[in-house]
Design a protein around this ligand. Structure first.
Ligand code: ATP
Ligand code: MG
Length: 316
């Protein structure tokens, strides 16, 4: 099972659109996929469920908010109890083993970052505070290590909120790989090194606590790496990326510490403008011969290929 976070602190760069379409496309290729919505905006959830369905079936007992709530995430309920199987997308996935499951989000997740931060500060000894740091930051990682997830899924995709709060950090700690959607413009490319630096800082701190910490800890060191930057909403005219955007893409490719994926997602409001209105992401709705679908297929090839390579590198 691979765990990949889709993150960027910049809002509106296409994180959720990528997560929904990649998850659905991977399931259509026969993978058992779990997508986790960690954004209080709940957009990923609404790519697969209608607002009415969410209210009647999920809101009161089956969202990730319930899991993060309480004295320690996951203490009162198992993560596996929150998994739901959206019907409409699964009805169009005709690969034999392929399946897409979801853990839904909730607007109330917005308060959880503060509650977790309060828990983080609650310990009275240095030992205790280190242990609490590891338990809180490592909570999602520990939950996903359970055999239920390991045996039932090939790929877990986590859609992060556009921030670097504690909930997002639990996703980074849980991930083997990080995928960063970005727009090809000045501000977006400027933020990338900052993001890489912050992730590196988190990894260093976590591992430091594991290595010089609390004596008996059940946490191991983490080594997430960047799968790459995916440029999204790219302007393409006569099969070519516009010059201005190409120069931003080249700048990141040559000058930043993150790899840049070859494939891009083009700007196409016709395809991506209405995020899965009918519960089925655009790339499973449109015709196979559609130019944009073919481009997205290339991206899926590239990402799944990189996941296989990473498996080799991580020896798992
Ligand atoms: N390739 C694309 N072409 C055209 N529109 C797109 C494309 N990708 C996403 N969009 C649209 O842009 C908006 C933002 O996309 P999305 O919600 O995926 O971004 P996000 O990074 O998840 O945002 P947030 O940070 O708020 O979670 C949405 O309205 C979506 O439908
Ligand atoms: Mg989003």
């Amino acid at each position: 099972m691979r765990v990949v976070s889709v993150m960027n602190y910049k809002g509106g760069v296409g994180k959720t659109t990528l997560t929904a379409n990649l998850g659905a496309a991977a399931a259509a290729r026969g993978l058992r996929v779990l997508v986790i919505d960690l954004d209080p905006q709940t957009n990923l959830t609404f790519s697969f469920f209608s607002v009415e369905e969410w209210h009647s079936q999920l809101k009161d007992g089956r969202t990730i908010r319930q899991w993060y709530q309480g004295d320690m995430p996951g203490r009162d309920m198992g993560l596996a109890d929150l998994v739901v199987t959206p019907e409409r997308v699964n009805a169009v996935i005709d690969a034999e083993a392929g399946r897409l499951d979801l853990i839904s989000s909730h607007l109330g997740l917005i308060d959880i970052d503060l509650e977790l931060a309060a828990l983080l500060g609650g310990a009275t000894t240095l030992e205790g505070s280190k242990r609490r740091y590891l338990d809180l930051h490592g909570c999602l990682r520990q939950a996903l290590a359970d055999s239920h997830f390991q045996e039932n899924y090939d790929l877990v995709l986590i859609d992060c909120a556009p921030n670097f709060g504690l909930v997002t950090k639990t996703a980074i700690v849980a991930s083997e790989l990080i995928l960063v959607p970005a727009k090809a413009d000045y501000l977006s490319t400027l933020g990338l090194d900052y993001l890489v630096g912050n992730c590196a800082g988190l990894v260093e701190e976590f591992n430091d606590y594991v290595n010089h910490g609390t004596g008996s800890t059940n946490h191991a060191t983490i080594h997430p790496s960047f799968l790459g930057v995916v440029f999204t909403m790219v302007q393409i005219y006569s099969q070519q990326v516009t010059l201005a955007q190409q120069s931003y893409i080249d700048e990141v490719r040559d000058g930043s510490r993150v790899p840049v994926l070859k494939s891009v997602i083009r700007n196409s409001p016709k395809h991506f403008g209405s995020a899965g209105e009918d519960g089925v992401p655009a790339m499973l709705r449109a015709a196979r011969a559609d130019e944009v679908v073919k481009e997205f297929d290339q991206l899926v090839n590239e990402i799944l290929g990189a996941l296989t390579e990473a498996r080799g590198a991580h020896g798992g």
